[in-house]
Design a protein around this ligand. Structure first.
Ligand code: ADP
Length: 270
């Protein structure tokens, strides 16, 4: 029946994921755990909204004479199917990332432009929450990589900063360069992350507070997409955070070339 077909498809998807993960050396230690958890997680994540959708469809059918209930069920149907779509596209994104060969890493990217684009994508949400997003991106830094994926990575950090901040808060986004790397920092004054959760937030489907996170409509995949994108570009992502005070996520990427500032004229006068 239909549920079984879904089960089979989910299991197949999970298996493919595990195979792709198998060559990821940095994850070697957690691999066994990941193998076991992944299929369970993805099944659960997809089955819950799928079950809701079919229950709601049935309820909708039975409530046909009551417009108020029909409207309510239809609204919830829309929410659940949006959630399903969101999870599905994140799973696809993640699988694309783990199929490293499919990645473009040959474009010369302007980091300031990528960060500005990611900020722009979050303007509407920021405005709705009355959060001011301050952008400082004048690094002129260039990296090699995949533009669309890098925008998604920075976007995810900013979207989280907004989601886990209260109304009227502030979010700062900055780009700085040093000798051989560019650093993108996204800082918020939101709820923060406890020390014991700081490493785990980068794991697939990990959410600190299931109930609260579910309200934000998240899937728990956002930060693992960031981590995989950044690692595939030869960089790393870190978090500094204090519960109740806020968090700063930084992406560090190797520069494609030195910052475009002319060399200092040599001072030959003795
Ligand atoms: P989600 O879709 O749940 O936001 P993510 O992978 O993006 O998934 O993040 C995983 C978890 O890390 C979140 O559920 C949240 O608990 C925590 N988190 C991420 N970013 C922040 C932040 N800026 N402030 C506080 N908590 C955060």
């Amino acid at each position: 029946d239909a549920t079984m077909q879904v089960d089979v498809r989910v299991a197949r998807l999970g298996t493919r994921f595990v195979l792709l993960l198998a060559d990821d050396r940095t994850e070697a230690r957690r691999l066994d755990e990941v193998r076991r958890d992944f299929i369970a997680n993805i099944s659960h994540e997809l089955k819950t909204p799928i079950a809701s959708v079919s229950l709601l469809a049935e309820a909708l059918d039975q409530a046909a004479d009551e417009p108020e209930r029909v409207r309510r069920f239809a609204d919830r149907l829309a929410v659940e199917s949006t959630r399903l779509g969101h999870i599905t596209s994140e799973v696809i994104e993640l699988s694309r990332l783990q199929a490293r060969d499919a990645l473009r890493r040959d474009e010369l990217l302007d980091v300031d432009r990528i960060v500005a684009a990611a900020v722009d994508q979050n303007r509407v949400v920021a405005a709705a929450k009355g959060i001011e997003v301050r952008l400082r991106a004048k690094s002129k830094a260039k990296v090699y990589g995949d533009e669309a994926l890098m925008v998604v990575a920075v976007h995810n950090l900013i979207a989280n900063a907004l989601a886990y901040s209260s109304e009227g808060g502030r979010v700062g986004v900055g780009v700085t360069v040093d000798d051989d790397a560019v650093e993108i920092a996204v800082a918020d004054q939101g709820i923060g992350i406890a020390p014991e959760d700081q490493d785990r937030v980068f794991e697939r489907f990990y959410r600190v507070d299931q109930a609260r996170s579910r309200n934000t409509g998240g899937s728990g995949l956002g930060l693992s997409i960031v981590k995989h994108t950044v690692q595939n570009h030869g960089g790393d992502v870190r978090v500094w955070s204090q519960p109740g005070r806020g968090s700063t996520f930084t992406i560090r990427l190797p520069l494609a070339e030195p910052p475009v500032s002319p060399p200092e004229p040599e001072d030959t006068a003795a």
